[in-house]
Design a protein around this ligand. Structure first.
Ligand code: ADP
Ligand code: X2W
Length: 262
């Protein structure tokens, strides 16, 4: 059972060229086999504005209408993905840039319309980890844009945190998988105004308390929901850490490590 590390890098780091360069430098040095999933929401919003495409967010979530789908397809599947792949190649990592449509690796369906119509957003149905493992066996490092496909031939915008969790879970059937969410803070904070207040170990019950008090809020909530789901479904270890502390987190546990309740 080979070890695979699935790493997600968030949009605030992608939006900062120097921070992204540092992150990719440490990613390229990691041992074992790795899969990278990137976000890019901030860049998509900036490019949309330049193109005159309006960005609509509901409760922090993007509404992906047809013009926005074109923007995110270009930005995630093109600009961001290929810039990352080119930088990894220069660092000696043979990266292959993919969307979930490539190799049929992440199949989804368009989210059904309930109270809110999110538009062309994909809810993941299945991951073809056999194909992913085939890439890995060829010494390729898959780099995924947050895009999936459906049976009707649509490309769909998909949350990068969810995609990382789904890929990690599917790989965990055959591999020992560590899932790492990297972003611009040192971990999950007990006090969002104090960057040093990192919670070293987080259980579901402690998470529930911090969520109820408001100390854990906004984007951290779906991230942690995805992260705990991965732990429940067979991923060996889940870490949330600063992009600059990736190596440390994988080696010995900087940031926040999630644990199941005992
Ligand atoms: N308790 C907390 N600890 C750390 N970050 C938190 C916390 N509560 C809310 N956040 C927010 O969550 C954000 C991370 O979520 P998100 O923006 O979705 O991440 P990403 O950059 O990976 O896409 C942080 O930038 C921070 O503003
Ligand atoms: C459906 C959905 O949520 N899509 C996200 C995909 C990008 C993403 O997840 O990027 P970050 O990690 O930078 O937030 C979006 O368009 O914002």
């Amino acid at each position: 059972m080979g070890k695979v590390t699935v790493i997600k890098i968030g949009g605030n780091v992608i939006d900062n060229p120097e921070a992204l360069k540092r992150f990719l430098g440490s990613f390229a040095q990691l041992p074992d086999d790795n899969v990278l999933i990137h976000g890019g929401g901030k860049v998509a919003t900036q490019v949309a504005e330049k193109l005159g495409v309006q960005t609509t967010m509901v409760d922090g979530r993007r509404i992906t209408d047809r013009p926005m789908l074109d923007v995110v397809t270009m930005v995630y599947g093109g600009l961001v993905n290929k810039q990352i792949v080119a930088q990894l190649q220069a660092l000696g990592t043979n990266a292959i840039g993919l969307t979930g449509a490539d190799g049929g690796t992440v199949l989804a369906h368009k989210r059904p319309v309930k109270e809110i119509d999110y538009g062309f957003v994909g809810d993941i149905e299945e991951v073809n980890s056999g194909q992913l493992q085939a890439f890995i066996r060829q010494d390729l490092t898959p780099v995924y844009a947050p895009l999936t496909y459906d049976r009707e031939g649509n490309i769909l915008n998909t949350n990068a945190d969810t995609m990382a969790s789904a890929i990690a879970v599917d790989l965990a059937a055959h591999n020992e998988v560590t899932l790492v969410y990297c972003f611009e803070k040192k971990g999950v904070l007990s006090n969002p105004d104090d960057d040093q207040s990192v919670i070293a170990e987080l259980t579901p019950s402690v998470y529930a308390e911090y969520k109820a008090s408001g100390a854990i809020n906004k984007g951290m909530i779906p991230k942690l929901d995805n992260a705990f789901r991965a732990l429940d479904k067979g991923v060996s270890k889940v870490i949330i850490c600063h992009a600059d502390e990736l190596a440390l987190a994988v080696a010995s546990g900087a940031g926040t490590t999630l644990t199941q309740s005992v």
